[in-house]
Design a protein around this ligand. Structure first.
Ligand code: ADP
Length: 256
């Protein structure tokens, strides 16, 4: 990525073109560096479960036949790490396809999508989720992605808290806010700026065994931004977290 050396004193259309070109080079370089970072983070994240799988496979080979407890532990570790790798690759694919694909959007209300997802996750996790979702809220959106956003935020609230989770979809002026609030472990101020970064986990040791990938919130952010929205978090350690996305509201076309 070579920039054009520019004569600062020159001010004609060639100088303008040169500047535009150099700006493009900066953008390309930035993008390229981001991609490189992603590839190196991704390989690092995939290597960890792979190393564990490999070591347990070796252990199984050497001692699995004689010792049932080693057999059980190894099979358990291998299947849970393989599940983690599957989750990681799925999420990486979601990120990559979000970057490339032009996903179709239509006018929809996030309310039923958040309500359905909350109901399904409440059942799966055997937990209570309180939903307050206004159906009279419309955005320009992709149903699958908005459902995924709901899934990511609600599942995190369930993972990082023990008590009831509160899910809301509201209209506020020209905006529609969708959010999930919990009274869980919360996030320390120093970690807050990074929680939307790819692969970032507040407590790596603990969340790793819990199967966290550190990709969920970066996907949530990508989905939100793809919908011209902004994602926010308010959180206090031991008090809980409130994650929400704010989208431009649109009017529902009357049905013909
Ligand atoms: P993960 O797969 O680790 O949950 P995410 O990208 O979804 O990855 O979240 C990044 C980190 O942010 C998590 O590892 C966790 O430390 C923190 N986090 C996310 N949601 C919450 C929440 N509701 N309460 C407390 N911490 C959270």
């Amino acid at each position: 990525f070579q920039k054009i050396p520019l004569d600062q004193k020159r001010s004609d259309e060639f100088a303008d073109m040169g500047q535009t070109f150099n700006h493009m080079i900066d953008l390309l370089r930035e993008n390229y560096e981001k991609q490189q970072q992603f590839v190196s983070d991704a390989s690092h994240e995939l290597k960890t479960p792979l190393t564990i799988i490999y070591s347990y496979a070796q252990l199984l080979k050497r001692r699995g036949m004689d010792k049932p407890e080693i057999f059980n532990e190894s099979v358990e570790a291998i299947s849970s790490e393989a599940a983690r790798m599957k989750e990681l690759t799925n999420q990486m694919l979601a990120l990559a396809s979000g970057e490339n694909a032009a996903v179709e959007k239509k006018v929809l209300s996030p309310a039923p999508l958040f309500r359905d997802t909350a109901r399904q996750l409440a059942l799966a996790y055997d937990r209570n989720i309180i939903t307050d979702a206004d159906d009279n809220t419309f955005i320009e959106g992709n149903e699958i992605q908005i459902k995924q956003l709901a899934y990511l935020l609600i599942e995190n609230a369930l993972k990082y808290s023990m008590s009831d989770v509160f899910v809301y979809v509201r209209k506020q002026g020209d905006y529609v806010t969708v959010g999930v609030q919990d009274k869980g472990i919360g996030i320390h101020e120093k970690d807050l700026p990074f929680v939307f970064d790819r692969f970032y986990r507040v407590d790596k040791a603990r969340t790793r065994s819990g199967g966290g990938t550190g990709l969920g919130l970066s996907i949530a952010k990508q989905i939100t931004e793809y919908h011209e929205g902004k994602i926010y978090v308010e959180s206090l350690p031991e008090k809980g977290s409130n994650f929400y996305s704010v989208f431009p509201a649109v009017k529902k076309e009357p049905k013909l």
